[in-house]
Design a protein around this ligand. Structure first.
Ligand SMILES: CCCCCCCC/C=C\CCCC(=O)SCCNC(=O)CCNC(=O)[C@H](O)C(C)(C)COP(=O)(O)OP(=O)(O)OC[C@H]1O[C@@H](n2cnc3c(N)ncnc32)[C@H](O)[C@@H]1OP(=O)(O)O
Ligand SMILES: Cc1cc2nc3c(=O)[nH]c(=O)nc-3n(C[C@H](O)[C@H](O)[C@H](O)COP(=O)(O)OP(=O)(O)OC[C@H]3O[C@@H](n4cnc5c(N)ncnc54)[C@H](O)[C@@H]3O)c2cc1C
Length: 624
């Protein structure tokens, strides 16, 4: 099962090696992280990042190994933005010459970069950004400026205190005309003393939800006051400004400006499955250790994992973790495929790649955030302790519903793609890829489900048909209602809640389909495929019909702990007293409690000033 989860034996081996490297290095300790002040936490993040880079160089780690090392360190920081957004933005939007110049420095960490798109006033509406980049032909420079308070860059990770450079998104103005949003490479801080360059006001935007968690990241604010940069720092793969100030568009679609977001959304699906699997791992393992109530005859107490209510709340998450993992692996393939096509100037699959990444990012991150919260409840009181690992896991993953595109905004993008496809089907065009099922419109609009029993839910063809019919009928229904509205725009707006539901149904169909396709591969190991079939059935059935699932849960229960062990997480990475591999939960909780700074003294600070006088006064009064 470990191989099925990781994707290959090689993937299991590399992941194990990197996880152990992190777990055995004292610099990467994280058990007291939630007790650090913001300043201590930030410094700790800088230390870990520098140490990780040192180890990467010393051990000549490959890119795959270095990425895993960073993952297992498990502490958001500026390096994430550098590798996940700054470097890909230059790769996707820079010319070959620009890539050579900037990536050479970025790969050696001679510069640290971030992705500065969002502003105080606009995040979702990228076309509404206000920062300007005005070309000055007299000096061959762009003047980068924040004309209003709301144009202040706001949120970019690493911007607050760390980044020396950024890809800054701004409205390009040349020859008096506004050509809309483009990317520019800007140096922000001195490479000698790290002070902001003239005209740049920069800082951190302040503390965020939860202790520890995303507070390790210095999300930043930046104002620009007529800062000049050379013309060749405009990212020029999509469009160029000539020496004379002429705007020239390349023969690539302008949507490639959003390419970095497509890339990151794809990686976020993998992050979501990992976060969900961690929460499920904690809740399942703890559920096997925790016992409450016994039989009336005074027999042994029951493992809480044996309660049917616990299973019906928890096993759909276990199934979802596997479902998201497999769809994430497929999405990575889709992204690689579309990138190769783009390189040979085939842009035909770009809309589908956008819809798939946007939709899967939305559905998986929303489900994951909800599931982590529920896992906290599934662990009872102890789940609420920081030492359970769940509060921090929740706080770190909750913003994934917002960053890289608010989930509802992205689902509306999927809906727009679906409405277009429905109208193309109506005019006789055969849909392809993940919308190919829409071509079967006659049958799917009328067919009746053959699913009656739990066993039917293990029949892939039956499952697929149910999901296809549901998704298609919801999409067609929306399209018909939009066509009755006074205008397409008004109809879309009025029906947006239904459109979001139709988009979710389409995305769930993709997830179910990819799970089924996974089951058609050669899967080694005794009983592995059978367990995965049951999980696939649970994933599909819990979305459609919450009844009849008990039988499947009972079949999964004997292997529940093994199914979470297959995630192959070290105790260091899981970071949970409740989810420990050895099950020694109570000693761990007890030990963790004593690490809290409040326990450094037996009598707390503040006793002399506030507690003692109060108690003495009350004592005096009671004696009167
Ligand atoms: C423990 C450590 C973990 C490490 C993990 C690290 C990860 C990093 C962590 C955090 C980083 C977070 C970084 C950020 O958040 S960066 C900022 C991200 N911002 C957004 O995502 C903004 C969302 N908004 C948008 O994407 C767009 O504005 C929009 C909603 C898509 C609307 O755009 P616009 O107004 O231009 O467009 P239209 O709706 O009119 O669409 C025009 C056509 O373009 C097509 N389109 C839109 N987007 C794309 C795309 N990305 N790719 C391809 N095509 C796209 C759209 O479908 C329209 O096409 P049509 O044919 O219908 O005209
Ligand atoms: C932790 C974190 C890290 C981030 N890192 C970065 C970074 O490194 N670089 C960067 O540039 N940005 C970053 N961001 C910003 C992030 O990308 C934006 O916050 C995100 O895109 C959402 O935009 P918004 O904040 O403008 O939300 P808003 O658009 O203001 O959303 C507010 C509400 O309005 C709704 N809404 C908005 N538009 C519509 C619509 N058309 N139809 C229906 N409902 C709508 C949304 O669903 C939401 O409920 C980060 C954000 C967070 C939280």
């Amino acid at each position: 099962m470990k191989v099925a989860w990781a994707g290959s034996r090689h993937a299991v081996e590399v992941a194990d090696r990197m996880a152990c490297l992190v777990a055995s290095d004292p610099v990467f300790r994280k058990d007291t992280r939630t007790m650090l002040s913001r300043k201590e936490l930030f410094k700790d993040t800088l230390k870990k990042a520098a140490h990780a880079w040192k180890r990467t160089v010393e051990l000549h780690l490959t890119e795959e190994e270095a990425n895993l090392l960073r993952l297992y360190i498990d502490q958001p920081g500026y390096v994430d933005l550098h590798w996940v957004m700054f470097v890909p933005a230059i790769k996707g939007q820079g010319t070959e010459e620009q890539q050579k110049k900037w990536l050479t420095m970025a790969y050696k960490f001679q510069i640290i970069g971030t992705y500065a798109q969002t502003e105080l006033g606009h995040g979702s509406n990228v076309q509404g950004l206000e920062t300007t980049a005005t070309f000055d032909p007299s000096t061959d420079e762009f003047i980068m400026h924040s004309p209003t308070l709301t144009s202040s860059k706001w949120w970019p990770g690493g911007l607050g205190k760390t980044s020396t450079h950024a890809v800054v998104y701004a409205r390009l103005i040349t020859e008096g005309k506004d050509y809309g949003i483009h990317g520019f490479i800007m140096q922000l801080r001195s490479l000698d003393d790290h002070s902001p360059l003239p005209g740049i006001t920069i800082g951190d935007i302040g503390g965020k939800f939860g202790s520890g968690a995303y507070n390790s990241m210095d999300n930043g604010v930046m104002r620009l006051d007529h800062v000049r940069i050379p013309r060749d720092q405009m990212l020029m793969r999509l469009a160029q400004v000539t020496r004379e100030g002429k705007y020239v568009h390349s023969d690539v679609p302008k949507q490639l400006l959003y390419g970095t977001m497509v890339y990151v959304r794809q990686t976020i699906v993998a992050d979501a499955s990992r976060a969900l699997s961690r929460a499920v791992c904690i809740a399942v393992r703890y559920g096997a250790i925790r016992k409450q109530f016994g039989s009336k005859a005074g027999g042994p107490e029951t493992q809480v994992l044996n309660y049917k209510t616990q299973q019906s709340r928890l096993f759909p998450f276990l199934a979802s973790a596997y479902a998201f993992r497999f769809v994430g692996q497929w999405l990575k393939w889709l992204y690689t495929d579309v990138t190769q096509k783009l390189e040979s100037k085939d842009f035909s699959t770009l809309p589908e790649a956008h819809a798939c990444t946007a939709g899967l990012k939305s559905v998986t991150t929303s489900a994951t955030a909800d599931a982590i919260e529920e896992c906290q409840k599934l662990c009872g009181g102890h789940g609420y302790l920081n030492s359970s690992g769940l509060p921090e896991l929740f706080a770190v993953n909750l913003p994934a519903c917002t960053y890289e595109g608010d989930n509802v905004v992205l689902l509306l993008q999927v809906a727009r793609f679906l409405m277009k496809t429905v109208s193309q089907v109506a005019s006789g065009k055969q849909p392809v890829g993940t919308t190919a099922y829409m071509g079967n419109i006659q049958h799917l609009m009328q067919c009746k489900s053959v699913v009656n029993t739990v066993e039917d839910w293990l029949n892939p063809a039956a499952i697929k048909e149910v999901f296809e019919a549901r998704a298609l009928r919801m999409a067609v229904n929306c399209a018909q209602n939009i066509s009755k509205a006074p205008s397409q725009e008004e109809g879309f707006s009025e029906l947006s809640p239904d459109l979001v539901e139709a988009a979710v149904a389409h995305v769930q169909l993709i997830i179910v389909t990819k799970f089924i396709e996974k089951l058609q591969e050669d899967i080694l190991g005794h009983g592995v495929k059978e367990q995965l079939q049951k999980l696939c059935g649970i994933y599909a059935l819990h979305l459609i019909h919450n009844e009849r699932l008990g039988k499947l849960y009972a079949q999964v229960r004997p292997n529940a702990v093994a199914l979470v062990d297959a995630f192959d997480y070290t105790d260091h990475y899981l970071g949970s007293a409740l989810g420990r591999y050895d099950g020694d939960v109570y000693s761990a909780l007890y030990k963790e409690a004593w690490k809290d700074p409040l326990n450094e003294t037996v009598v707390p600070d503040g006793y002399q000033e506030h507690l003692r006088p109060l108690l003495k006064q009350q004592l005096k009064l009671s004696r009167l």
